[in-house]
Ligand binder design. Sequence first.
Ligand code: GRG
Length: 297
Amino acid sequence: MRSAQDGFERACANFLSGSAADFIKHAHPMKGISRAMEYALATGGKRIRPCLVYGANYSVANAELTADALPSVACAIELIHTYSLIHDDLPAMDDDDMRRGKPSLHKAYDEATAILVGDGLQTRAFELLADAPDLSAEQKVRMIKVLAQAAGMEGMVGGQYVDIQAVDSDMMLDELRAMHRMKTGALIRASLALGGIAAGATNVQLAALDAYGDHIGLAFQVVDDILDVESNSETLGKTQGKDAEANKPTYVKLLGLDGAKAEAQRLLQAALDALEMFGGSADQLRELARYIVERDR
Ligand code: GRG
């Protein structure tokens, strides 16, 4: 995973300092939104999705980071992810004051700026794909469609809507899984598909990456619920959470803490099994799956 992460960090630094950022840095009337956009992109995060792009590409191409397009593709995914977090933190959605240990964007700036930064990041992602070097027009159109579907009503946006409606509802396990497949799983699977498409993956290879992505996408959310419970019990009295958060269905509520931990392990094993056909070239993806299940933040 290290080389994938290093590769992406270089790409992200290029994005911030290079031509991709020219318009946000130098256009005078846009100074405020430029700074807000930089703030959003520079606050870090685990960069899991860009690593998945690199890992999928490496699994299929079986050679170190073959496609010149990868930095643009990885950035495009992270821009969509960053936009989703900015909008998710808004008062009309999850109303979170903090993100990645710093004030969320609408707190550091204001709500209008946060909405516009999110919108700008989203459209910029598709521009990056359209401009990505060394890809055929067919590959680019395919990637743009996959990402649009994953980010839109059939994926992240639809899942977010279902999640917002789910407060105080009695979701069954299958409904909870379906919601997370859309809300967080779709972008994870799109990251893998884009990395695979950049490497010229066959349909069989794309299906294997998709199965892996489905399992780690669900594992990601199960672990998120476990970490929420464990960090809240450590800080009980300090962080009771907002009412809406407390009334949302979670894997821990449905399966119990031990049941959720067992579910995360089951999903990890299923994800590893899905990679069998790639042999050693999928080791980065194996390491990422373990990281997702064993992480502590
Ligand atoms: C606003 C359209 C729209 C969608 C928002 C992804 C999402 C949909 C909301 C995020 C809410 C949330 C905190 C979900 C828990 C799982 C999750 C996606 C956490 C954040 O992803 P990480 O852990 O973030 O990869 P970092 O900070 O590491 O990049």
